[in-house]
Design a protein around this ligand. Structure first.
Ligand SMILES: *[C@@H]1O[C@H](CO)[C@@H](O)[C@H](O)[C@H]1NC(C)=O
Ligand SMILES: *[C@@H]1O[C@H](CO)[C@@H](O)[C@H](O)[C@H]1NC(C)=O
Length: 401
């Protein structure tokens, strides 16, 4: 009997974790990046990293709360008096879509750690994609049959709890509204989670300082791409009324630039900045597995997330280049696998701060997995080519953005 489609897809996603280790020129070196939990060695090496992170998170959450409650805003006293749009907010791209044991290390996953771990580690922007699932708003990656991370309401509830525990922190959400739900649908989910109480509504007089937002208790900024704004839910902001982005579909290390990609209503980055839009620098790389399949590139993550400024693809170099081209720091940055680099270092450099009250999340580098994990069992029935063909047939265009 055939497994259900859902099980089959999950298994296929786990299997394809090996696919992206294949060099682009097609030569197969037998590389293995730890993408499957099917061997005991892999499972235990992953568990050690997870346990290390869990304990460091637990102990530093307490210190974060105590050290930031009086003097620091977003992990530094220097940021309290800075305007929201002049701070670089480091963000986790597709932050709900995990490549961990909960998803059998799905290649559709863009992060090794969840949203609250990201917040503990200093990230202040969480991005995710939402879809309609039987009328509910669900966190799904491209398709709910590929990767379903649960309801938006449950995810918001976790973030709300974190914000309750960390009262001096300003958090930003960016939600991709894949099925064009309206503001009232989002509004009821936001109220259901309780997080709406923190919603910030711009006054039209420019962005306040972090301290002003904290004092007012409105320290959650929510952008939705895209939405028709509704005065009943004035804290739900249409992203491209406030933000412009650089290209998000980058497949080579030399492919990052600072050119405006969206919204198309603006001619250039400088025009967008003059119009008061805040810059969002997308900085994550995909591997192409075939004509229409792209998956997050974990293999080059040490280069992609590095704060260095000397190698094509470095996060530090991209941020420095954009800062110089734009005459202003990127307000927002989105990365995959945020704990690698670590990416937050580049935000600290842009902000010119020595951060306090933050946890360090273990870097789960692919090198570690390669050296400790045994190769996964070969799938007897499906080679790489067949698997890619299967995914193409299943999901017409699998660009996991
Ligand atoms: C996020 O992951 C951490 C560590 O694995 C876990 O303790 C925590 O419960 C998770 N948070 C949520 C909201 O699921
Ligand atoms: C910027 O980068 C994107 C993605 O790599 C590319 O498509 C675009 O052509 C680049 N623009 C310029 C002006 O180089």
């Amino acid at each position: 009997m055939l497994p259900s489609l859902c099980t089959f897809l999950r298994a296929a996603a786990a299997l394809t974790a090996t696919v992206h280790a294949i060099p682009q020129d097609g030569s197969w070196g037998g590389g293995w990046d730890g993408g499957s939990s099917s061997t005991s060695t892999t499972t235990s090496s992953f568990a050690v990293a997870a346990a290390a992170s869990a304990s460091s998170t637990a102990s530093s959450t307490a210190s974060a709360a105590s050290s930031t409650s009086t003097t620091a805003c977003n992990n530094s006293p220097d940021l309290c008096s800075r305007a929201y749009n002049k701070v670089t907010h480091m963000g986790a791209h597709d932050s709900a879509f995990l490549r961990d044991e909960s998803t059998s290390n799905s290649i559709a996953g863009n992060q090794y750690y969840n949203a609250t771990v990201a917040l503990d580690a200093g990230l202040r922007l969480l991005q995710a994609q939402v879809h309609d699932l039987n009328g509910a708003i669900e966190l799904c990656h491209t398709s709910c049959s590929l990767l379903d991370a649960g309801t938006l309401e449950a995810w918001l509830g976790d973030i709300k709890t974190w914000m309750d525990d960390n009262p001096n922190e300003v958090v930003t959400l960016l939600l991709v509204n894949s099925d064009s739900k309206d503001a009232a649908d989002f509004g009821s989910v936001f109220s259901g989670s309780g997080i709406d109480v923190y919603g910030y509504t711009p006054s039209g007089d420019g962005w306040p300082t972090l301290q002003e937002m904290i004092t007012a208790g409105t320290r959650l900024v929510t952008f939705i791409a895209s939405i028709t704004t509704d005065s009943d839910y004035s804290y739900l902001l249409n992203e491209f009324d406030h933000v412009f982005e650089t290209a998000y579909d980058v497949t080579s290390l030399s492919g990052f630039n600072c050119t405006l990609d969206r919204p198309t209503s603006q001619d250039s980055a400088s025009a967008a900045i003059s119009a008061g839009l805040m810059p969002l620098m997308n900085h994550f790389k995909y591997n192409s597995l075939g004509a229409s399949i792209e998956v997050p590139d974990a293999d080059n993550i040490a280069i992609t997330n590095s704060p260095d400024t000397d190698t094509a693809g470095n996060l530090g170099l991209h941020a420095q280049t954009c800062n110089s081209e734009w005459g202003t720091v990127p307000t927002f940055v989105l990365v995959d696998f945020f704990n690698e680099g670590p990416a937050i270092t580049t935000a600290d450099n842009m902000n010119g701060i020595d951060a306090v009250g933050r946890s360090t999340v273990a870097e789960t580098t692919t090198t570690v997995s390669t050296s400790t994990a045994a190769p996964p069992p070969r799938n007897p029935g499906m080679g790489t080519g067949a698997l890619v063909a299967f995914l193409v047939a299943t999901v017409a265009t699998l660009v996991l953005v």
